[in-house]
Ligand binder design. Structure first.
Ligand code: HEM
Length: 269
């Protein structure tokens, strides 16, 4: 599916029209460039996925009530941890979008092929002529389906994630310039409860899916989990996905004011 590597680092020797190329020549400079781009997209992807776990615990402080959330936010802003973090995550986000985005099919024709491929793979997964549903002899191509969904969720994250980062960045930097605090429980709860929950719900689902599949693919690509095997890695990926998605939904419901903070008793002396 990643056509870039083949089109830029492997070039077919010129062959007469109608004949198949007998051999490919490797362009070392283009191949080296692809490795650097892979390292940049994988490295920033890893940083962002790890950040999102930390982010879940920071925003999750709302589970201990407004006082707990404000204490964490105030501490991060007063000690100038929040300001450079916002700038660093924004930079990592942009680098990741550009370097990983080079794999997005650029032309309408390629996108249509990808859409049809996704539809066919999905349809095949639901049954195959002459075979009973769930027949072990036929398995849909899980890896390709995951790749297609990673790409789709990535495109949604670029739009909604940029909006969120700019919103939070504006809060934090305005407060740094004018005094006061940028991140506060009342403001966050007001806007989430006031309708922004819809944006965050979509972003949450896309981020958790994209990050867990991304880590799974990184482990396979760079051989980190070679000893564990694909099956075990896939199980770990599913546990992480559902764990963080479940936690994220509870955090979102408390932020929106639909659920009382379940851990508030911890801060009541
Ligand atoms: C340093 C950077 C970041 C900071 C300081 C930050 C801070 C916050 C804060 C304060 C909230 C509460 C809602 C609000 O006030 O609007 C929130 C919610 C959220 N943020 Fe971020 N955020 C950052 C980066 C990101 C990134 C990169 C993503 C994903 C692309 C993201 C995804 C979310 C989601 C999905 C929620 C909803 C709460 C949930 O259920 O987890 N954030 N964030």
């Amino acid at each position: 599916m990643n056509t870039n590597t083949t089109t830029t680092s492997l070039r077919a020797k010129s062959v007469p029209r109608g004949e198949r190329p007998a051999a490919y020549v490797v362009d070392p400079a283009a191949a080296r460039r692809q490795v650097w781009l892979e390292l940049a997209s994988g490295g920033t992807g890893l940083i962002l996925a790890l950040f999102m776990w930390g982010h879940m615990f920071l925003v999750g402080s709302i589970l201990t009530g407004e006082a707990g959330f404000n204490w964490v936010a105030h501490m991060l802003e007063e000690y100038f941890i929040a300001q450079p973090t916002v700038a660093f995550i924004l930079l990592a986000f942009i680098i990741h979008a550009i370097t990983a985005g080079r794999k997005v099919p650029a032309q309408l024709k390629e996108r249509k092929v990808m859409r049809d491929l996704g539809r066919d793979l999905n349809a095949f997964g639901k049954g195959f002529p002459g075979m009973a549903r769930g027949d072990a002899r036929f398995q849909p191509h899980l890896e390709s389906i995951l790749w297609i969904w990673q790409l789709r969720t990535g495109l949604i994250i670029i739009i909604l994630g940029s909006f969120h980062l700019l919103l939070i960045g504006a809060d934090v930097f305005r407060a740094t310039m004018e005094g006061g605090l940028g991140i506060e429980a009342v403001r966050s709860m007001d806007r989430v409860g006031g309708g922004l929950w819809m944006v965050y719900a979509i972003l949450l689902i896309c981020v958790e899916f994209h990050a867990s599949i991304g880590l799974y693919r990184l482990a396979i690509k760079w051989g980190f989990g070679a000893r564990l095997g694909r099956h075990t890695l896939h199980r770990i990926e599913q546990v992480l996905l559902w764990l963080f998605l479940g936690l994220g939904v509870v955090v979102l419901a408390v932020l929106a004011g639909w659920l009382p903070a379940p851990l508030e008793f911890l801060l009541k002396g």
